[in-house]
Structures are given as structure tokens and as C-alpha cells.
Design a protein around this ligand. Structure first.
Ligand SMILES: Nc1nc2c(ncn2[C@@H]2O[C@H](COP(=O)(O)OP(=O)(O)OP(=O)(O)O)[C@@H](O)[C@H]2O)c(=O)[nH]1
Ligand SMILES: [Mg+2]
Length: 304
């Protein structure tokens, strides 16, 4: 019997902020690569999660949610999302069926139509009910099809990234649509996310989960030092915020909030490194970090 051909491909995950793109990536991979929070615009990187199976390798690209704000930093987030579309095999378009479609959907339809990419529409959060499911499907009716064969280039699948419902089925569909090809990465690689950005994101996730209103968006985390030794890792991180009033909140009463952030982040980092972590956190006021290209570059957020 002939050996099955190896399949490989790139899949970009697109969608509005907060629809569950990063949760979905982690569910598909069966491990936490990308941080998740209830606050929109959690993901700031274009980061890859790699699904290695017996005869296939699928590279998923998580992206910041596409949105319509106009600030410089927000502009970069959109740019990061759209830059991920170069040379991809498939768009995984995630929507939240518990909320009505937003204006951003049009932008995503435009991009997909222009690229003539195949689109798998993931109707996520179906565990919360399917009130708006058909509204999303209708938006795409007749929008993209293969001109020669009139075949639609869009597939729909309701899932719950949170409960895991239909995730295996989604993986089967994606594998089916992945072209034959060679692996791009070593089969043991699960992400291309550089350690220092991944560690910074883990700390930022804990801060996002513990702060409210405008504070999460004012936060950035920069890893100034990682020293890996045989049995332990020392990590020095700066937490940037924009105002001195925010500094008080982040440090918390008797340093309580910062301590909790440190404990939780350390536990996540210990799971990744399988070593003891020494975490040193410093809170700094950096008023203009969102408009400062040097800082954005150091944070890894800036792309040309
Ligand atoms: N009930 C339910 N909640 C979900 C599901 N998927 C994600 N969530 C929640 O939705 C929130 C946003 O999830 P994320 O994965 O951070 O969303 P995202 O699309 O990556 O968001 P951005 O990075 O900000 O664009 C989190 O609180 C998740 O726990 C789901 O299937 N069901
Ligand atoms: Mg995300």
C-alpha cells in the first residue's frame, strides 16, 4: 500500500476582538500557547502554534482582533493581523454567535474575498446559545466561490473552544483542506513565540485578569532579562503603565495584587520551563509607551 502523503499548511486565525481566537488555538493544540482574557485586544502578537500529527503539520497563526479604532497602537494591531495573511492556505474566521455581527465583519469579508482564500467559519461560543448563528452565515452568502466550479470556498462549523465541543471535528475538516507538502518546522516544535515575549505575555495575562476598565490597555510588560540555569530560571520584568494612580492599583494594598500576579505567572512559567522560576517584577510609569516606536519595538509589538 502506498504511504499517505504528508500534508502541511498555514492557517491564519482572524476575527473581531474577544471572540475566542486564542482560546480556540489553545484548544486545537491541546496546550496553552496564547494568552486569553475577557478583555478585548488581549493578543498583541502574531504568534504561531504548530499542530503536529502523524502525517501532517498545521501551522496556526493567532492574531490581534481586527477592530476599527484609530490610535497608533491599535493601528499596529490591525497591521499585525493583516500581515499574517501573506502566503496562507486557509483563513480560520472566528465569530461569537452569542453576539450580533459587528462592522468589523465587513473588513474581514473584504480581505478574504480579495485574497480568494478558502475560509472556515468557526461559529464559536455555541455553548452560550446560537442566537446570531444564522446572521453570520447570511453575511457570507454568495460572497466567495470558485469562479470556475461555482463551489463555495467557505465552510461553517459551530464549536465551543471553551468546552471543546466539535474541536476534533474542526481539526478533521482543517486536515482535509490542508494541501500536501513538507513540514516547515521540526516535529517537536509547538510554537515560534520567543521565550521573552511569551513570558511577558503570561505576566500581562495575569494583570489583565485582575484589573478593570482602562487599566489593562495601559499595561505593557517587557522582559529585561532571562537567565536560564540548570535547575532554575531568573526572569526580570518591567510592567509599564501610563499614570501614577495606576501604579498604586497594580501594586495593590500591601503589594497584594502584584504578589498574586507574580505567584500565578510563576506557576505558568514553571509549567513551561519545568524548572524553578525566580520572578522579579518592577512597575514603571511610561506615559507614552503606546506612541513610542522604540518601546513598541522592544516589546516586540512593532512591525514595519
Ligand atoms: N462561553 C465561552 N466563552 C469563550 C469561548 N471561547 C472563548 N471564550 C471566552 O471569551 C473571552 C475571550 O477569549 P480570547 O480567546 O482571549 O479571545 P480573542 O478572540 O483571542 O481576543 P483578542 O485577543 O482580544 O482579539 C475569554 O474570557 C474566553 O474564556 C467559548 O467557546 N465559550
Ligand atoms: Mg487573542
Amino acid at each position: 500500500m502506498k504511504n499517505k502523503q504528508f500534508k502541511s499548511g498555514f492557517i491564519t486565525i482572524l476575527g473581531r476582538p474577544n471572540v475566542g481566537k486564542s482560546t480556540l488555538l489553545n484548544a486545537v493544540l491541546g496546550q496553552k500557547i496564547s494568552i486569553v482574557s475577557p478583555i478585548p485586544q488581549t493578543t498583541r502578537f502574531q504568534l504561531k502554534g504548530i499542530l503536529n500529527q502523524q502525517n501532517s503539520q498545521i501551522v496556526f497563526v493567532d492574531t490581534p482582533g481586527i477592530h476599527l479604532f484609530k490610535e497608533k497602537f491599535a493601528y499596529h494591531l490591525n497591521k499585525v493581523s493583516l500581515a499574517s495573511l501573506v502566503e496562507i492556505d486557509l483563513i480560520l474566521y472566528v465569530v461569537d454567535v452569542s453576539r450580533p455581527p459587528g462592522q468589523e465583519e465587513k473588513k474581514i469579508i473584504d480581505v478574504a474575498t480579495r485574497q480568494k482564500s478558502k475560509v472556515v467559519m468557526v461559529l464559536n461560543k455555541s455553548d452560550l446559545g446560537r442566537k446570531y448563528l444564522n446572521d453570520y452565515i447570511e453575511l457570507w452568502q454568495g460572497k466567495i466561490e470558485n469562479i470556475q466550479t461555482q463551489d463555495p470556498l467557505i465552510y461553517y462549523i459551530p464549536v465551543s473552544a471553551k468546552t471543546g465541543k466539535n474541536i476534533e471535528k474542526l481539526k478533521d475538516v482543517l486536515l482535509e483542506l490542508t494541501p500536501e507538502g513538507h513540514p516547515f518546522y521540526d516535529k517537536d516544535t509547538s510554537t515560534d513565540f520567543p521565550d521573552k515575549y511569551r513570558a511577558a505575555d503570561i505576566i500581562r495575562e495575569k494583570l489583565f485578569l485582575k484589573t478593570k476598565q482602562e487599566i489593562p490597555h495601559s499595561i505593557a510588560v517587557e522582559i529585561k532579562e532571562i537567565q536560564e540555569k540548570e535547575r532554575s530560571v531568573y526572569v526580570l520584568a518591567h510592567i509599564y503603565i501610563q499614570r501614577s494612580s495606576q501604579k498604586k492599583i497594580i501594586i495593590g494594598k500591601d503589594g497584594g495584587l502584584l504578589k498574586e500576579v507574580g505567584t500565578e505567572a510563576r506557576s505558568d512559567l514553571e509549567n513551561i520551563y519545568k524548572k524553578k522560576i525566580y520572578l522579579d517584577l518592577w512597575v514603571k510609569i511610561e506615559k507614552e509607551w503606546q506612541n513610542n516606536s522604540r518601546i513598541l519595538q522592544d516589546l516586540g509589538y512593532w512591525i514595519k
